[in-house]
Design a protein around this ligand. Structure first.
Ligand SMILES: Cc1ncc(COP(=O)(O)O)c(C=O)c1O
Length: 484
């Protein structure tokens, strides 16, 4: 053998020592999760640590144990902190141990779920069937794992676009059509809907942002008026987006009312249920989603309320045949067969733009099977109960004001004072840097709010109390320093 044909496998020369090292890595992550309460929720990255990421591209080998030690020292302590029970910022799920272990299995298998005939794809198909069952969709519905709801919403808009123009739009592009499409969502809809319109070539301005009522739900009368005005102007309404759980305050649009309007107006009805759709798992909350079963497509994230480790976005489409024809392409190198590894068509790559796809389904499958939907539903209900506890404490505290009605698991509030926006932004930064709790902020009307989105299954009443107690301390200090 000459030098070039020497074995070059990256597998370890000594499997026994790698096994020990692997067990140490596993133990470290289990220790991290078991003792996470003892850590700060978040801490800023020290400048020296940040500078370490400027190191040159490694040309030579480093021991796995040494790289692991770097991870433990420089990465793990400075993560976002969303596994921590005190994390209440944005809408982040907490992850779970079974899902974490499943990620290791998936990485070991290194499956590519773009296509071909193998059991990992059957796992994803089973989750598609489970999702269809959960949302009352027919057995002919289709579904696909994607990164997150931003991507799932874009796929929903693309299928709706194919429905509106016909499949020719895939070849000709929107510019070939005289029809000018318009879509409708509420002013509380997530920004990724407008971005999806942009990315699909229809343009973000073609998304009409309809006003909401005082509970941040789309106003159906204003919606009907906007559709009529666009039709009168010669435009072609094609899509209405309902939100199940708005990002700011967790409002749920009247989905049954939207389904009626979509049916009457012959529009595609898409539901952005990024976190809220999975309220379907909580028996007390599920009735609030009435009408979701009439959607043409639903976007959701298993990585939020279902606690699956990042990332596990998902799209469900009622008309599986249309979904497939909106994305499927033909290529000699992706030829399908009736036997052998190239059997099993259609493949997941026929339902979206990704050809290389990881095994997101496995961590979701483990999470659903290991905990069961009843326990996951109970977690969801519990986070809403904690939000109501926080709301009660805010209402009982004269220095605080509730800035939006609490509808699910999100509480928006503020500390009263002169220049309250500056004060509350400072309180949130102080809280995050203290390591006690990590809420985020949003704007409610023209007011900056402290926003606590309680998503994590580890969060308990004591964590919500710790958040509020710390708000009182930082709020009083902030108000005093302004007065001084
Ligand atoms: C209502 C809503 N839609 C869309 C998104 C975007 O989802 P993702 O971050 O998974 O892309 C979010 C994120 O929080 C959301 O709350």
């Amino acid at each position: 053998m000459d030098e070039q044909t020497q074995p070059r496998s990256l597998d370890p020369a000594d499997w026994q020592s790698i096994r020990l090292q692997g067990h140490r890595m596993l133990d470290d992550m289990l220790d991290y999760l078991e003792h996470i309460r003892a850590r700060p929720v978040w801490q800023p990255i020290p400048e020296g640590v940040r500078a370490g990421f400027d190191a040159a591209l490694p040309t030579a080998a480093t021991e796995l144990a040494a790289v692991h030690a770097d991870f433990m020292r420089d990465i793990l302590p400075f993560a976002t902190g969303n596994a921590h029970p005190g994390f209440m910022g944005w809408v982040h799920g907490g992850g779970n141990v079974a899902g974490m272990l499943a990620e290791m299995l998936a990485a070991g298998l290194n499956a590519n779920l773009g296509g071909r005939d193998h059991a990992p794809i059957e796992v994803e198909r089973q989750i598609v069937r489970w999702a269809a069952q959960l949302f009352g969709f027919p057995a002919t519905a289709s579904g696909l794992f994607v990164t997150g709801t931003s991507m799932a919403n874009m796929l929903g808009v693309l299928v709706a676009r194919a429905d509106a123009f016909g499949l020719g739009v895939r070849r000709k592009g929107v510019a070939a059509y005289k029809k000018r499409l318009t879509a409708y969502g509420s002013s509380a809809a997530h920004g990724c809907i407008a971005q999806a319109m942009d990315l699909c070539g229809i343009g973000s301005e073609a998304l009409r942002l309809i006003p909401t009522d005082d509970h941040h739900r789309i106003d159906p009368v204003a919606l009907t008026v906007a559709i009529a005005a666009d039709r009168a102007a010669g435009l072609t309404p094609f899509l209405v987006v309902g939100t199940a759980g708005t990002v700011d305050i967790g409002a749920i649009d009247d989905l049954a009312g939207l389904a009626d309007i979509a049916q009457r107006e012959a529009l595609w009805f898409h539901v952005d249920g990024a976190f809220g759709a999975l309220a379907i798992l909580a028996p007390d909350l599920a009735p609030r989603l009435a009408g979701i079963e009439r959607a043409d497509s639903i976007a959701l994230d298993f990585h939020k309320w279902a606690q699956v480790p990042y990332d596990a976005g998902f799209i469900l489409v009622r008309d599986g045949a249309l979904h497939r024809s909106a994305f499927a392409t033909q290529a000699a190198y992706l030829r399908r067969e009736t036997r052998g590894l190239a059997a099993g068509s259609p493949w997941p790559c026929d339902f979206g733009p990704d050809l290389s796809r990881g095994f997101r389904a496995l961590k979701t499958w483990f999470t659903l099977r290991v905990y069961g939907t009843e326990a996951l539903g109970a977690v969801i209900a519990h986070t809403c109960a904690l939000a109501r506890h926080l709301e009660r404490r805010i209402l009982a505290t004269p220095q605080l004001e509730l800035l939006a009605p609490v509808q699910l698991n999100i509480v928006c509030f503020g500390y009263r004072g002169d220049d309250p926006d500056a004060l509350n932004a400072r309180i949130v930064a102080d809280l995050q840097e203290s390591g006690i709790a990590a809420p985020s902020t949003t704007m409610i009307g023209n007011r900056l709010a402290i926003r606590a989105a309680i998503v994590n299954h580890r969060t308990e009443q004591r964590d919500v109390d710790a958040l509020l107690d710390a708000v009182m301390v930082f709020g009083a200090a902030g108000a005093a320093s302004r007065a001084a």
